[in-house]
Design a protein around this ligand. Structure first.
Ligand code: SF4
Ligand code: FES
Length: 340
């Protein structure tokens, strides 16, 4: 849809919200996966991770706002927070796809709030869930069969003709769901899947960051520092040709946003899998010619909850904001571990 056409149109932003109960909030260690405990023996990831489950109230809230041309979903949430509901909680920082702090699920797809354009995500109200089912103003989904039954009964009452199926087909859509010419549609936003929710769209990313940290994401180069004659550390450099740089340059662009983790059906199982973000960080150093800990790194991921747990679903590749083919990298790591 062109930006001119969008001017002055409304969109419904439907948000899955969560308010923790302060008096009942508690932290407890638990594995959300029946396989989590099994990986603990030889794995660096299993034993120290904890996942919090916070109790509270889950609810869905709709906000109808006017959309300006070129707006992102983040712009809409900021507008809601400033003008309608200051209690709405979400995380962002750079606003330009650089910091990776604002990953959520939009219409069921993990992505960043700040790069998601409204025109790409607004769905017509008459086909909101992709199955032709509609959602009324109170947020209830009405199925085709329920609508047909209601319409059949209404039309037979109105016309007095119980065989009038043509009338039923014509009035198949409830008047409440007829899109108005000024309606852009609806956008459904939920927290990033696979992560514990802290409040509204804010999730706890500690588990992902711990998994990345445990794989020691820093250069392990020559551990002998060059020194001057009087024992001071000398200037030195590691030379690398463009071909060697190319092997890991794209991987070094990972911003640890968690979009790949939120897309991965195995990671959603919790501690059973260290997750694609940690493995991408590991692959970045495995492919760096200056790093001399390749065998150690391959050993660290050759665990039951490491690369072995990857099922090659490749959902992780679909929405990486940095253009990394995450699934392909997982496959390359699997091959390297196997052939080492
Ligand atoms: S690989 Fe891509 S999707 Fe995954 S954490 Fe890094 S930037 Fe985000
Ligand atoms: S706000 Fe920084 S990546 Fe979206």
């Amino acid at each position: 849809m062109s930006e001119d056409v969008m001017h002055g149109m409304n969109a419904v932003i439907r948000i899955q919200r969560f308010t923790p109960s302060p008096e009942r909030e508690h932290h407890r260690r638990h594995s959300s996966s029946p396989f989590g405990g099994k990986a603990r023996g030889g794995s660096p990831f299993g034993s120290s991770l904890s996942r919090r489950r916070i109790r509270g109230k889950h609810f869905t809230q709709d906000y109808t706002i006017e959309i300006l041309p070129g707006q992102t979903v983040l712009d809409c949430l900021l507008s809601i927070k400033r003008n309608i509901d200051p209690t709405l909680a979400f995380r962002y920082s750079c606003g330009h796809g650089i910091c990776g702090s604002d990953a959520v699920s939009i219409n069921g797809t993990p992505t960043l709030l700040c790069t998601a354009k409204i025109e790409d995500y607004a769905k017509p109200k008459s086909n909101q869930n992709g199955n032709g089912d509609a959602i009324d103003d109170k947020g209830f989904r009405t199925t085709k069969s329920a609508e047909n039954a209601a319409n059949n009964s209404a039309s037979s009452t109105d016309s007095g003709d119980s065989n009038s199926s043509d009338n039923a087909d014509e009035s198949n859509e409830s008047p409440i769901n007829q899109p108005s010419p000024s309606d852009l549609g609806i956008i459904e936003i939920a927290p990033l899947p696979g992560f514990p929710v802290l409040r509204d769209l804010i999730v706890d990313i500690d588990q992902m960051m711990n998994q990345i940290k445990k794989l020691e994401p820093y250069l392990k180069a020559d551990d002998k520092l060059a020194t001057t004659k009087d024992g001071k550390i000398d200037m030195f450099e590691y030379l690398q040709n463009p071909e060697e740089l190319k092997r890991y340059e794209l991987l070094s662009n990972c911003i640890s946003c968690g979009v790949c983790e939120g897309s991965c059906p195995v990671y959603a199982g919790g501690e059973a899998f260290i997750g694609p973000a940690a493995l991408i960080a590991q692959s970045r150093f495995i492919n760096d010619s200056r790093d001399n800990a390749t065998n150690e790194r391959l050993d660290a991921i050759a665990t039951a909850d490491g690369i072995t747990a990857c099922q090659s679903v490749r959902a992780c590749s679909r929405e990486c904001p940095r253009g990394i083919d995450v699934g392909e990298e997982m496959w390359k790591l699997t091959e390297r571990v196997k052939n080492r």
